[in-house]
Design a protein around this ligand. Sequence first.
Ligand code: LMR
Length: 391
Amino acid sequence: MLDTLDQQPPDALLALIKLYNDDPRVDKIDLGVGVYRTDDGGTPVFGAIKEAERKLVEEQDSKAYLGPEGDMGFVHALMPFIFGEDPTRGGRIEGMQTPGGTGAVRLAAALAHRAGAKRMIVGAPSWPNHAQIIKDLGIEIVSFTHATSDGLADLDTVKKAIEDSQPGDAILLHGCCHNPTGIDYTHEQWDEIAAALGNSELLPIIDLAYQGLGHGLEDDSYGLRAVLAKVPEALIAYSCDKNFGLYRDRVGALYVMAEANGQIDRILSNGHALARANWSMPPDHGAAAVRLVLRDEALTAMWHNELDGMRDRMRQVRDRLAEAGTVGSLDMTPLGTQNGLFSVLPLTKEQILKLREDHAVYMAGSGRINIAGLTMGNIEKFIDALADVTV
Ligand code: LMR
């Protein structure tokens, strides 16, 4: 039976990790998978997390199972940062832990599907795994163009997609630091999107995988909070991969906002059942460390500092790229106003290959670059390499 299975291509982004690792050139530059890097090119464990891990080793007295909902102390400790004042919206918001942001997106889409969603409206481009997850669940994708040709977020296309939606549709939006383009909606655009969603029957799913990496924790949740103020119900997929640097520990959460507080337990019981059927329980360690950080004022302050440092460094890189102006045939200035880890350069497949072969610069086939892969030590080489392949 298994012999009937077709060969699948490796995930292009994850395959790039191996290609990069196998390249012996010492001046190679990794702009592939989305991990933050310091100006030394490292991805160290956050100081606040290290401290919390030490505490965890001392204090944790059992590794016995928790349950499909995971560590609810972790789930609740995050809520004021995500939802602001009145984090439960009068008992209408509750959550559960998931294996990373991917687990949260998967669970959100599966929950929508279980509730009857047949189509999912998604901007194009989007994080490639969004489409894989949605298709795997048998949900049809309806796309709209995310950005205008001038490199701004396109309000008209998203509003049109919302207007044209049908009963039984859901919509998946990036809360901030759009992956892959780095092009976010402005506050005013979010207000209009929220109003349009409020007038529709769509179920919004907001993917908030990069809170704190754009303009700060508060600012980066503006869009989410604007939407929640206008719609009766929503799903929120959250990731601690980047803003706590917990990538391989797989730390995420799914939050549900129900129309009425009496509905939340019933809705989440479906999330628990889906989790049980998929991974049973999420891994504990990273979420427990986040809980310890957020329950300790000094560690929370340390985390804020570390997050601010990451954001400032990425801004410096973006400023330097924007300052380069026109490089070969590329206008680099829009990178200065984009947010988060990613931006997309309009390069051809041949140019991307030439960057890799001739200059040891690794980036996704879509032209997406991880801004944090650039340091003050390699950025000039990168700009020169771009100039070389785009003349
Ligand atoms: C990325 O887009 O590079 C990250 O979110 C990692 C991943 O899982 O794709």
